[in-house]
Design a protein around this ligand. Structure first.
Ligand code: GLN
Length: 285
């Protein structure tokens, strides 16, 4: 009988061509096939029997399907989310927005009302509610399926009473009805150029409505930024994720809407988020 160790080695070799992290993927998928956590699987691997489902699971990954869609789970910030192909897989890059929010509210009163625009799995809003235990929040998404995923995550994490999930699209002019103002607005909009070349793992599996935003990837910033002043409380801030080449163009759109901008970088040192507040002036951080 083949043990876990050689199966993991073979699987990692099989995934080398499709993944930057073949060994980690193999381990996560092995743990998933066994119905256990990766750490427990690694500790007990000498005693475990190779699950029959493992080869077929590895073949799915070998056809570029992302690990998070196979396991149905993704860690983000300090929470664990359930994920389906209806939502973008939360990326570690997007934790830059939460880092930036925590930093922004270090010296001033924590936010009481948080808005997440294009919430998907609920990742940004739920991480913010975890970081700011006194806050309540609203998450909006144009996809009814995404809203259901987010609401399910809120329920499992015990955040249902602090959250409201709305199925609305900012392409509909009435989307702001009855929304009021927020101390913190988070947004990871679609920002990929329509003709961009994406990895098969992204292009073939993730929802295109969460990725593509017109010829220059800026369509959603053009719609949303002029509306941010009407949604922000006087001392509030809005933090938007950007593509790493979009800082100048998006800052420009923001300044035309009377917002001042601060740039934030991700852990790889790339421009990743813009932090907006009411008022004028531009500074870089
Ligand atoms: N960062 C995503 C990517 O992998 C894009 C996410 C987005 O458009 N919001 O391409």
């Amino acid at each position: 009988m083949i043990g876990l160790a050689p199966a993991l080695r073979q699987a990692a070799a099989r995934l080398n061509a499709v993944s930057d992290t073949p060994r980690l993927d193999a381990e996560l998928l092995m743990a998933h096939a066994l119905g256990m956590e990766r750490s427990a699987m690694l500790l007990r691997q000498a005693d475990l029997v190779l699950p029959e489902s493992f080869p077929a699971i590895i073949e799915r990954r070998a056809r570029h399907e992302p690990v998070a869609y196979i396991t149905g789970r993704q860690a983000f910030w300090d929470i664990d989310l359930e994920i389906s192909p209806d939502v973008l897989i939360p990326r570690a890059d997007s934790e830059t927005l939460i880092d930036s929010a925590v930093e922004a509210f270090m010296q001033v009163a924590a936010p009481s009302r948080v808005l997440d625009l294009g919430t998907g799995s609920g990742a940004l809003l739920l991480a913010a509610l975890s970081a700011f235990p006194g806050a309540i929040g609203v998450g909006i998404d144009a996809s009814a399926a995404a809203v259901a995923v987010a609401a399910g995550n809120a329920e499992r994490l015990g955040f249902s009473e602090r959250t409201q999930w709305l199925h609305r699209s900012w392409y509909d002019g009435r989307w702001r009805d009855a929304l009021d103002r927020f101390d913190l607005i988070l947004c990871n909009p679609p920002y990929v150029e329509d003709d961009a070349t994406l990895a098969p793992m992204v292009l073939a599996y993730e929802p295109h409505s969460a990725l593509f935003a017109g010829p220059d990837g800026l369509d959603d910033y053009r719609i949303l930024l002029p509306q941010i002043p009407a949604l922000l409380a006087p001392q509030g801030i809005a933090i938007f994720e950007i593509g790493h080449t979009q800082a100048a163009a998006v800052s420009d759109l923001a300044s035309h809407s009377g917002l001042s901008t601060e740039l934030r970088h991700d852990l790889a040192g790339k421009p990743r988020a813009l932090r907006f507040s009411l008022g004028i002036g531009l500074s870089n951080g």
